[in-house]
Design a binder for this molecule. Structure first.
Ligand SMILES: Nc1nc2c(ncn2[C@@H]2O[C@H](COP(=O)(O)OP(=O)(O)O)[C@@H](O)[C@H]2O)c(=O)[nH]1
Ligand SMILES: [Mg+2]
Ligand SMILES: [Zn+2]
Length: 296
């Protein structure tokens, strides 16, 4: 690489990045500024290659950014993704509230959402997992049941020509899925990851892989929480698809759907049209958000 090139960030190691050149070659990209806020999936312009890698001289505009945040900082998950794949399993137990939160973050960025229920070979937790996923399925989010160790074809079909980011708690099988989808690519990067992670099996860095059938998939480290401190009340509300036909039908225009009289959301809840766990997830987000506005 002698001149300038547009490249894609495929892995982030804090101070520097691994970037893919248009011909597929991977090199190191070093940002110019002190503080960089680039994410896997970001498109950048590189200066001429020199020594260890190339300097990142420009950050190209993003089509989307999936991230979570608390009052203090934001954690970038992936840039330019088109689809979020939420991975849960029959065991260990998963948090359906984390799912609701990730869905709100995805909806805010207009990303498609797919849910994978993995480890269906472990049948003991199957019925309970399905019960927790039923409200999401009822909203139209596709739920794909599979066993990552046996057959990932049902998921592979959904990934074609998309940039999909796998999101979920650790232990759900995200890395096992990616390994089954792109075995050669995972093997090729295992050495560098092992060196950087000091041999641990857990995923500590997000990484993007090219899919043989077209498209890309991003493996991400497991998360236990999904804060949405960056989203306004309106954005949170809009992230609950079942509320959309109800908004504007409450007595008060600024109804928070909590204890107000003649609230269309609470009426729908009473009638069973809004799921009670989804409503609980919404209330928890609203409470966090109200708490933040008091702090300001
Ligand atoms: N029984 C069973 N175990 C699985 C399956 N998929 C993954 N696992 C196991 O679940 C554990 C966590 O998997 P991993 O891919 O590291 O999860 P991640 O933290 O989400 O990346 C590992 O021990 C896997 O071998 C599956 O379909 N069935
Ligand atoms: Mg992992
Ligand atoms: Zn209301």
């Amino acid at each position: 690489l002698s001149g300038f090139a547009v490249a894609t960030i495929v892995a982030s190691f804090g101070r520097h990045y691994e970037v893919a050149l248009p011909d597929g070659r991977l090199i190191m990209g070093i940002p110019r500024g002190k503080r960089s806020e680039l994410a896997v999936g970001d498109r950048v312009e590189l200066g001429p290659e020199a020594g260890e890698g190339a300097q990142i001289i420009r950050h190209l505009p993003r089509a989307s950014l999936l991230f979570r945040s608390d009052a203090y900082r934001q954690k970038l998950i992936a840039a330019n993704a088109t689809q979020v794949v939420l991975v849960v399993a029959t065991e260990p137990a998963f948090s359906d509230e984390l799912l609701s939160r990730a869905v709100v973050a995805a909806e805010d960025q207009k990303l498609a959402v797919v849910i994978v229920l993995n480890k269906i070979d472990l049948v003991a937790g199957l019925e309970s997992a399905r019960r927790f996923l039923a409200p999401f399925a009822a909203l139209g989010y596709p739920v794909i049941e599979l066993c990552a160790k046996a057959d990932v074809l049902p998921l592979a079909r959904m990934l074609r020509d998309q940039t999909s980011v796998l999101v979920g708690q650790s232990g759900m099988g995200k890395s096992t899925l990616v390994n089954a989808l792109v075995p050669a690519a995972v093997a090729a990067t295992r050495e560098i990851s092992t060196a950087l992670d000091s041999g641990k099996h857990t995923t500590t860095h997000a990484r993007m892989y090219s899919l043989p059938e077209g498209g890309h998939v991003i493996d991400s480290p497991g998360m236990q929480e999904f804060g949405l401190a960056h989203l306004s009340l309106g954005k949170i509300e809009a992230g609950f698809a079942e509320f959309r036909p109800l908004l504007g039908h409450c007595r008060f225009r600024d109804c928070r759907h909590h204890q107000e009289p003649d609230c269309a959301v609470r009426q729908a809840l009473g009638a069973g049209a809004v799921d009670s766990r989804r409503y609980l997830h919404f209330c928890n987000l609203m409470r966090e958000s109200a708490h933040r506005s008091h702090l300001r």
